[in-house]
Design a protein around this ligand. Sequence first.
Ligand SMILES: Cc1cc2nc3c(=O)[nH]c(=O)nc-3n(C[C@H](O)[C@H](O)[C@H](O)COP(=O)(O)O)c2cc1C
Length: 198
Amino acid sequence: MATRTNPPLTFLGIAGSLRRASYNRGLIRAAVEVAPAGTSVLPYDLADIPMFNADVETEGDPPAVADFKRAIAAADALVIATPEYNHCVPGVLKNAVDWASRPPRTAVLAGKPVAIMGASTGRGATARAQAHLRDGLAYTNGFVLPLPEVLVAIAGEKFDGDGNLTDRATLAEVRDLLISLAAWTRRLGQTRDEAIAS
Ligand SMILES: Cc1cc2nc3c(=O)[nH]c(=O)nc-3n(C[C@H](O)[C@H](O)[C@H](O)COP(=O)(O)O)c2cc1C
């Protein structure tokens, strides 16, 4: 009997931090390294995305926003690493999601599979930020992977001074997340068009 091979999947890796030695940027770099066979992670830098302004949007997306939307559209799924700022999603990431959520319902985020992870210096491990992000993405009609959760607490003990993830157990968690995201993306492949059309 012939075996069916799955087409390769590309995940866009988005970190909600602009900090050079960011732990969350480190999580995305780790995802690039440990991506399972048949998948790849392409990091995307949010540094050039301007603050959302509906007047600017009316005149047309700024080039950085248009580029971001194109990158999302071209990806099979997103993997987002969010820091936690005051128990919430950092403005850099929230702003990028807001741009990508437009126009409502037909936006590039509609029907897009998403996996969330996050690292913080605190014991809360971005649990609250991840919950906020999940809630916001529900309104974009994004399909957020329910489990597993990757919650990296006391990040200073798990990354080196350059923000590279050195903790083997966390690396394995990132890999497990990507394995689940691949299965989630393949499962949802048929439903994306329906989500956009509805
Ligand atoms: C404005 C601000 C608010 C923060 N609030 C929280 C918080 O609510 N919970 C938490 O665990 N860490 C908080 N932190 C600490 C972050 O976890 C820490 O700065 C982390 O390194 C940010 O992620 P990054 O390394 O990817 O930039 C806060 C940091 C900043 C700058």
